[in-house]
Each structure stands twice: as C-alpha cells, then as structure tokens.
Ligand binder design. Structure first.
Ligand code: URA
Length: 428
C-alpha cells in the first residue's frame, strides 16, 4: 500500500496514532529515498512532541529491523547474551564484560559503535590497541564468536539501515531526545543482531542522555517491553552517571583500566558494575556456571580477552599510545569530594582530543583524563585531582575552562549522590 508522506506527518502532528501500514510504508520509503529527508525530519519532530503508543513503538521497531538483515546464532553450541549501555563518561564496561561472560559459558556477540560528542565509543577504545580491526564480515564474526566465545565489532551496513539514516538525521534536527525514537533505534539494532538475552545499562545523570531517574525509567521500561515483545529476554539496570565511571576517561586510558579489571584489580565501581551486569546476563541466559567474580580472580576472563583481541589482529601485549603532554590539577579544598561532574569531565576529555565533533574526525588514542580522586573520597587541598593528557598543548585551555567548578569539596558526603545501581527494571 502506498501513502502520502504528508498524510503520515499530519496524522502524528495532530496527535493521532500511525497505523501499521503507515509505519511500514514510511520506514521503507525513507530507506529507499522516496520520503525526503525534510519530510522524515518533520515526522521525527512530530513524534518527539506527541509521542507514540506501545503498539506504534513496537511496529516502528519491527519496520526498522525489516529494513535490513537479521543475524542468527542458532548454529552456536551456547546461549547468547549481550549488553547495551546508553552511554556515559568513562564507561568502558563492555571491554571487561564481554570476555568475562564468555569465560562463564555464554557467547557474547557485541556490535558496538564509535563515540560522538562527549561519550566515548567502544570501537574507538579498542582501536587504540595496535593492529586491532573493528570491521568483520558476518562469517568472520561467527568464526570469532564460535572459537573464542566473545566478539566486539562494528555493525555492518546491512543491519537496520533505516536506523542508520534516521539517527544521522535526528542528530542534526534536534530530535535525538525522544524516548520512542531512542528506544526503537537501540532495540531494532539489538534485535536484528540476534542475541537471545539482553541487559540494558541505562545511565542517569549529568553525563548521560537521561538526566533524571524518571526519564531513564521511562526509557528502560519502553526498551524492556520491546525486547520481551520480540522474544529477547531483557532486563535493564538504571545506573549512576552523575560522576565518571572508574578513574580513566579516554580511549587507551580506558583500555588500560579494563585490563586492570581483567587482571583482578581496577576501580571498585568498574568491578562492581562489570560483575553485576555479567551476573544479570548469565541469569537471563539461564546458565549457572562459573561466577563472574571467580572468572576475574582466576584469570579465565583475561585469557578470553587476549584471544578475542588476537583474533581481530590486535596485539594484547603491545604498548598502548600515550599522549605527548600532560597537566595535573589539584583538589580545590579539604574535606569530602561531593561532586565530580561527569559531563564536565567528558567534555574536557573530548576537547583534549579523546572524542570527535564530526563522524569523520579522527580521535587521539592517548588523550583523556586520569582521575586521582572520586566522589566520597576524603581529600586535602592541593593534592592531585586529575591529570589531563593531550597531544596538543593548545587544547589544555578549553579543557580547563570546561572543568571550572566540576569538582566540589564539602564537610561531609553529599546526600544527593546516586547509588551505583539505582534500580532494576523487568517486564511489568
Ligand atoms: N543510541 C542509539 O543507537 N540510538 C539512539 O537513538 C540514541 C542512542
């Protein structure tokens, strides 16, 4: 059936519900270039302003899945599970988590992305490892998953191409922050990727997409409902992103921290969240094998990491790139750190060269920030707060301006600090 794009736009503009036929048509016609960018942009804005029902969101997701291929891991001899994070500052959890879950007996097919803006991308982090290759064919991906049990690679252009186009359009038309559009965008890719179970890590706070617990909960509930409606066992955790996760922000710096976790060390919050997410993935996949904390302690997760990196051409023993210049800032007062703003740290790391402003920009692998203290620490004025790393000294000034007021010290801990895991959302 064919429709007029304007009728579809007007239906949503006037607060109506789109029919299944309208949704299927508009997504397919947009993917084929029949619906123009300005028409889709107008429809996206109408959706942002007027929302969508659960039925519409589910059908929109299905239409985006149908725009491309669907991967199938049924030939594997293991269950599959995946994790998706809505993105945050210092969020390197995918790096230790993927080999960790594989070491506990569940295969992890991780299709990841690159960073844009202040949140980093998993592929940029891994590309700081000399020789590591993000682009794999579907056959290569299956081969690594089958032999190693874990693979992290770039999503091919055949996976949900409608979303690829629509996301780029939303990025430049002020229509990213719509819960129906975010939920259907993320879930169309995860369902097309073919995982049997999915744990969503929905970040909350200044460094996250969702600044409030209420918005994060709504997004999490919407995504869990889509997953469960489409046969993927799905749960979501709401987790803190008011401060950075761990002590390292920036590509190679975060790989180093991930390897520390795999070696049985690393910052407490990164270890806690990695183990919690791993347990959730294993429970959803229905396995009761090794406990993730044991797989970190006995080196089996590290073994999988080394094989996973090697299978994609990377040398797990190669020294990682380091930035040419560094500058250490000091703590502004004595007492307890009550604030270390995630957004400010993320934007500063980005300005130091760790992130990109446009899709085609390169990133500096060594650039970023190492935190020497975190929220809740007892500190003395003048002790090291954080070290900034960059390849170009000219970048320090803008990073420093971003960091003004990012750290606050008070007489006692702040009651406003979010717990690391705020809530767990299951299908209601
Ligand atoms: N990540 C996605 O993949 N899609 C969105 O819409 C937002 C974040």
């Amino acid at each position: 059936m064919s429709f007029d794009a304007i009728d579809v736009i007007v239906t949503k503009r006037d607060g109506g519900e789109l029919s299944r036929a309208q949704i299927d048509w508009v997504i397919d016609a947009y993917t084929r270039g029949v619906v123009a960018e300005e028409q889709m942009s107008s429809l996206a804005m109408a959706i942002l302003l007027n929302g969508m029902t659960r039925r519409e969101i589910g059908e929109w997701t299905e239409a985006m899945i149908a725009s491309g291929e669907r991967m199938d891991w049924s030939a594997l001899d293991r269950q599959t599970a995946d994790k998706h994070s809505t993105g945050g500052v210092g969020d390197k959890i995918t790096l230790p988590l993927t080999p960790l879950v594989a070491a506990c007996g569940v295969a992890v097919p991780q299709l990841s992305g690159r960073g844009l803006g202040h949140t980093g991308g998993t592929l940029d982090k891994l590309e700081s490892i000399p020789g590591w290759r993000a682009a794999l064919s579907n056959r290569e991906m299956f081969g690594v998953l089958d032999s190693v049990g874990a693979v992290i690679c770039a999503a091919g252009s055949g996976l949900a191409p409608a979303d690829r186009r629509l996301y780029a359009l939303r990025d430049v038309t002020g229509t990213v922050e719509s819960i129906p559009l975010i939920a259907s965008s993320i879930m169309s890719k995860k369902i097309a990727e073919g995982t049997g179970s999915l744990v969503l890590d929905v970040k909350v706070g200044s460094g996250a997409f969702m600044k409030t617990i209420g918005r994060a909960r709504e997004l999490a509930e919407t995504m869990v409902a889509i997953g469960v409606d489409h046969g993927v066992r799905t749960v979501a955790l709401l987790t803190a992103m008011d401060r950075p996760l761990g002590r390292a922000v920036g590509n190679a710096l975060e790989v180093t921290e991930a390897v520390e976790v795999l070696a049985g060390g690393g910052p407490r919050d990164v270890v806690e969240l990695t183990v919690r997410l791993a347990r959730e993935m294993l429970e959803l996949a229905g396995t009761d094998g090794k406990d993730p904390a044991d797989a970190l302690a006995d080196g089996s997760a590290m073994d999988v990491w080394r094989r996973m990196i090697g299978a994609q051409g990377g040398d797990p023993d190669a020294p990682l790139p380091r930035a040419a210049e560094s500058m250490t800032l000091t703590v502004p007062g004595s007492g307890v750190v009550t604030k270390l703003d995630a957004l400010a740290v993320g934007v500063a790391a980005w300005r130091l060269g760790a992130g990109r402003a446009r899709k085609e920009d390169p990133v500096s692998f060594g650039a970023g920030i190492t935190l020497h203290v975190t929220v809740g620490d007892v500190v003395r004025k003048g002790q090291p707060l954080m070290t900034l790393h960059t390849d170009e000294t000219a970048r320090f000034d803008r990073a420093l301006r971003t960091l003004e007021g990012a750290c606050e010290v008070g007489p006692s801990s702040s009651p406003d600090q979010l717990p690391l895991v705020i809530d767990r959302i299951t299908a209601g």
